[in-house]
Design a protein around this ligand. Sequence first.
Ligand SMILES: Nc1ncnc2c1ncn2[C@@H]1O[C@H](COP(=O)(O)OP(=O)(O)O)[C@@H](O)[C@H]1O
Ligand SMILES: [Mg+2]
Length: 583
Amino acid sequence: MNEFRRLLGHARPYRGRMLLGVVAMAVYAAGNLGQARLVKDIIDGVLVPDPQNVKRIILLLLGTYFIKGIGTYASSFLMTDVGQRVVRDLRTLLFAHILNQSAAFFSKWTSGQLMSRINNDVNQIQSAASETIADLVRESLTVVALAGYLFWLDANLAVICIAVVPLVVYPLVRLGQRVRKTTTRSQEHQEHLSHLASEGFTGHRIVKAFRAEERAVQRFRTAGAALYRTNMRITSAMASLPPLMEMLGGVAAAGALYYAAQKITAGALTPGEFTSFLAASFMMYAPIKKLSRVNAGLQQAIAASERIFTMLDTHTEVTERPGARPLGRVREGVEFRGVGFSYEDRPEAPVLRGVSFSVQAGQVVAIVGHSGAGKTTLVNLIPRFYDVTEGGVFIDGVDIREVTLASLRDQVALVTQETVLFDETIATNIAYGAPSASREEIEAAARAGHAHDFITQLEGGYDARIGERGQRLSGGQRQRLAIARALLTNSPLLILDEATSALDTESEQLVQDALTNLMRNRTTFVIAHRLSTVRNADLIVALDNGAVAEVGSHEALVDRPGGVYARLHAMQMLDDRQEGTAS
Ligand SMILES: Nc1ncnc2c1ncn2[C@@H]1O[C@H](COP(=O)(O)OP(=O)(O)O)[C@@H](O)[C@H]1O
Ligand SMILES: [Mg+2]
């Protein structure tokens, strides 16, 4: 019930509308009550003809329909409106919250799963909550009004009819529990489906190249079948409620009829009153049927809310210290001091151990080492994608955990092996880190990034849209856009994580030139496979198994017998020579 209260909390800003909705529902309930009451007049007054009376009753009857109509329309409209607003707010809140999570969070959850939370779970709340809550209030008001009327007419008769209610409550509660559990499972299945679909679509080339379509479809089919079974279990529970209600209603009606027949014979009840009583109890039937589903519907909403609130309560964001100060533009340099790091899932196996080195502002430091040595992990610490587990990273002598995240990340530009482009125009992509940049500035950055020429050849030029993840561009072109983007942010710290390793030699040359422009006047951390970039670095840090094996210039390290860098260098020379002979 906690979840439910929390969900209602999100409706608080719209409580004025909700109140109006409830008023409309009360109007609807009053209309129903009026109709039940009129039946008495119809039987007792119209069947014994009296022209004056007939006109009055007809007008009143029409009036009740009119009032009921307005009440239904207004309450449906207002409650759905509130539901939609709550869902809209929750969805945005969830997206913003998820986007703020740490890198560790995103390596645990797949994007398909997260998308399912935002779409399916939120929609579940929307359909369950806005209708269910409207039904709950509207039909309860009607039932209470009609039940009150029954008691007013004849208390004994009313007791007979209402005696069956406790018999109904127990199965309703039990079914509700089942629906809630099954709903959670259903949402899990949907999440899995969404994950499979997004995996299949993003990896479509690999799927086809390895002729795995049939297997992918089969996996999808199996997951779909599981979802189907779970949903049918919910349907079966939900569908068993109305017949149950109907049966019990029948029993009550039979009892009432038996009792009433005796009272009418004794003259204690007029036929009009009895008919009115019957009409009121029949009119209670539809609301009670709806109410019987309310619990199940609420359980569905609660199950979905639970999943959303769990996500909203997950806090993996890198936290900012209270009173964190903004970091000024880097003037002196960056220092790693005794840095140790292990990933959360394997705290016993540190990925970095005792890493210490420092780089002066404007210098280039190359991080080299075998695959898996911890190079990416090391540079991820600078913008605080992860926090060190030991030691610290200092910029101008200040621990980066002491400064605001925004000011720290403002200083950092990042170019990775896998370029991330958004389905926007070229210009928007270049200006991603500096949205207020003018067209001239964007073009200047593109020129410096050697991207201007190919951009102007595209249909639409800077306003061309580039498709999801930039699929319509070549690897080298994408990389040069990423470089132009980094150039435009004018951030003093630059991280290049294998920015050129996915490229062929020819586009690598262009990208390399663009990178040289980018590195000018910036403190650069570069991870590169090609040693040409590394050779010119001011400092080389050779990592071996998470620890710094060597630090020094190319000249100092290249001839060290048995050195990590010397070995990597020798291997690279061999590679380059082979590539040379091949071309
Ligand atoms: N998100 C992660 N969670 C757990 N372990 C990871 C994660 N990312 C990398 N690792 C592990 O950390 C080690 C170093 O990885 P990485 O820094 O990517 O190496 P490099 O960039 O030098 O190839 C590897 O053993 C890798 O398996
Ligand atoms: Mg790496």
